[in-house]
Design a protein around this ligand. Structure first.
Ligand SMILES: [Zn+2]
Ligand SMILES: [Zn+2]
Length: 355
């Protein structure tokens, strides 16, 4: 049941710091997040969860999650984002992925599969694809359907192209891979509840190509691009412990959407379904009492696509959509808009499960 007490907050849930292979300290990352007006950042360093660094810096709550994977595996695969386990999960990375997920869940961890499908870059062996290979995973909360730096890596098919996109990434970035969205719908069809996560995978690494030196990309730039918007059950209070619980509760329940905030902020997007006196939003279940009335509102013009069980059932252009149906199913909303002369992906909401 969604009610008007829900509040929207915006964050970046996949970020690397100097504790692994990122270039920035927590302080640097927090300053960038403040500039981009993010409400929260979850730093997810590779196989390490530093202690004692959580808390508010300005308006941004800095949290420590972890990106866990078996470093001995070659080639690399199966990166798992874990939030809220409050334990170092790296020791569990050497068994099966299912063992890791189970260990995280036993510690109340929230598990999202990072970059489930990746394309390699042709320009370097250190830019190989790192997909998820163990399907279907039991016990995950969701998929990182859109990973900005992962998509960027897949664009780099030669050094000249890499140089162009290093300066003009918005010419290349288009949206989640079709294969990832298909995979998401297949998992949903097989009975898994799967929420959508969008991450920057920010490292802010500097590269040199001959005379060119470029940070790809600064944290602040990435924090204005692909973010995860969440709906919390109460307003954030400024207390780091209470607010962390509210944020993790939303990620656990899957009350999320992925927003590409660069073309236009996706703050204010709303999507819900009513049936009789029942009401549900992204990530929630709706028990039908007769017809279902779906309502979608965009913060500005775009193309809205409504899917039921993976199939497009309505497509419209504008700032809103209404749709009535009597059918049970898994309803989810996507939105697209024009940016720099091209159509780009903009919003992907977690499903509403109507039974
Ligand atoms: Zn990764
Ligand atoms: Zn990462």
């Amino acid at each position: 049941m969604i009610d008007t007490a829900y509040r929207e907050y915006v964050g970046s849930p996949h970020v690397h710091s100097v504790y692994s292979d990122g270039s920035g300290s927590y302080r640097t990352i927090a300053a960038a997040a403040n500039a981009a007006q993010l409400n929260f950042v979850i730093v997810t360093d590779h196989n390490v969860r530093p202690q004692g660094l959580e808390g508010y810096v300005g308006q941004t709550l800095m949290l420590s999650g972890e990106e866990v994977h078996n470093v001995r595996r070659d080639p690399q695969a199966n990166h798992l984002l874990v939030y809220g386990a409050e334990h170092e999960m790296a020791p569990y990375s050497f068994g099966s992925t299912q063992t890791l997920i189970r260990a995280a869940r036993e510690r109340d961890g929230i598990c999202y599969i990072a970059h489930p499908i990746e394309r390699p870059s042709a320009i370097g062996t250190d830019l190989a694809a790192i997909p998820w290979t163990q399907w279907p995973p039991e016990g995950i909360h969701g998929l990182e359907i859109w990973n900005y730096m992962s998509e960027f890596k897949g664009l780099l098919w030669n050094k000249l192209v890499a140089l162009v996109y290093a300066y003009r990434p918005e010419w290349g970035i288009r949206g989640p891979y079709r294969a990832t969205l298909k995979l998401w719908d297949e998992l949903l069809a097989s009975g898994h509840k799967i929420a959508a996560l969008g991450g920057a995978d920010a490292h802010a690494t500097s590269y040199r190509w001959g005379p060119f030196r470029r940070r790809v990309f600064p944290y602040e730039y990435l924090f204005r691009a692909v973010n995860t918007h969440i709906l919390t059950k109460a307003p954030l209070t400024g207390d780091p412990v209470e607010d962390k619980a509210l944020i993790y509760d939303a990620l656990r329940a899957g009350r999320t959407w992925v927003g590409y905030d660069l073309p236009h902020s996706t703050r204010g997007f709303r999507c819900f379904a009513r049936s009789g006196s029942a009401m549900a939003g992204p990530g929630e279940e709706l028990r039908r009492l007769g017809a279902i009335n779906l309502s979608v509102t965009l913060p500005t013009d775009g193309e809205i696509i409504l899917r039921r069980d993976g199939k497009v059932i309505r497509r419209t252009t504008g700032t809103s959509m209404k749709y009535t149906s009597v059918e049970a199913g898994i309803y989810r909303v996507e939105a697209y808009r024009r940016f720099r002369g091209r159509k780009v992906a903009w919003i992907f909401a977690s499903p509403i499960y109507a039974s």
